[in-house]
Design a protein around this ligand. Structure first.
Ligand SMILES: O=C(O)CCC(=O)C(=O)O
Ligand SMILES: [Fe+2]
Length: 244
């Protein structure tokens, strides 16, 4: 838990996990309150407030570590391209990053597999690099860069960060580094028994009662400072490989 609500009720900011809170507003008797607290509410929450409220400072997940990792990756990429090590990382000095907290609720597998509803359609990310933290729910797929429409499942690996190249870095590297088209669908393990499309949709033998479990993921999108001039990086173009 990266942004925990402080213990007690006075600093009302940050994240409270399931079963951490209990509203006891209309109960005043001490014994009754302690009795009530034994059965904690099944709820999680995140609280924030006015940025100028000094008495109640907001508590956000730290993103400094992500920015440091992005900087290290950019340094490695610069070295691999025979550039000055800081060539790319110094363009991220303003850290105009975006952190997205994603929750895909449990959903009937037949609806997801038949494509009536999706989790996230095929797309590429727009910045330079994306760090993706995912749980063990699976369902992420990447498109084959040589064969459009052919997707491969990306199995989640515990305690790892998945890195995607974004469109800006692809443009900048004159398409040497390709941005990955990716999507989230029902995981392969959720194939339906006797999978087949009935008259009323893709239901399988069980009549479409299976549920695909919830998925949580956190992408961290990095991008270059707005005054960065994006033109094909030295070494990524030449007679054989003209600038795009
Ligand atoms: O849930 C995921 O892992 C993918 C999220 C994603 O691709 C995005 O938000 O751009
Ligand atoms: Fe994405």
């Amino acid at each position: 838990m990266l942004a925990p609500h402080p213990p007690g009720g006075s600093h009302r900011r940050g994240y409270s996990g399931l079963g951490k809170g209990k509203v006891s507003q209309n109960v005043f008797d001490k014994d009754a309150i302690s009795q009530l607290r034994k059965a904690l509410d099944v709820r999680e929450s995140f609280e924030s407030g006015n940025v100028n409220d000094e008495a109640q400072p907001n508590i956000w997940p730290p993103d400094e570590d992500c920015a440091i990792l992005v900087s290290k990756l950019l340094t490695s990429i610069a070295l691999a391209l025979n550039l000055d090590p800081a060539y790319l990382s110094h363009t991220h000095s303003q850290q105009l990053d975006q952190l997205r907290l994603l929750h895909y609720p449990p959903f009937p597998t037949s609806v997801l597999r038949w494509g009536e509803k999706g989790r996230i359609e095929a797309h590429s990310d727009f910045g330079t690099l994306t760090l993706l933290f995912q749980d063990d729910a699976a369902g992420l797929e990447v498109e084959d860069t040589n064969e459009p429409e052919r997707f491969t499942a990306v199995a989640p690996v515990k305690d790892t960060v998945l890195v995607n190249v974004g469109d800006l870095l692809m443009r900048w590297s004159n398409d040497l580094l390709r941005s990955t088209v990716h999507r989230v669908v029902a995981p392969p393990s959720d194939r339906l028994n006797g999978e087949a499309r009935g008259e009323d949709g893709w239901k399988g033998e069980s009549g479409g009662r299976e549920m695909t479990k919830a998925r949580y993921s956190i992408p961290f999108f990095a991008t270059a400072d707005p005054d960065t001039v994006i033109e094909a990086l030295p070494g990524t173009w030449g007679e054989e490989r003209p600038k795009r």
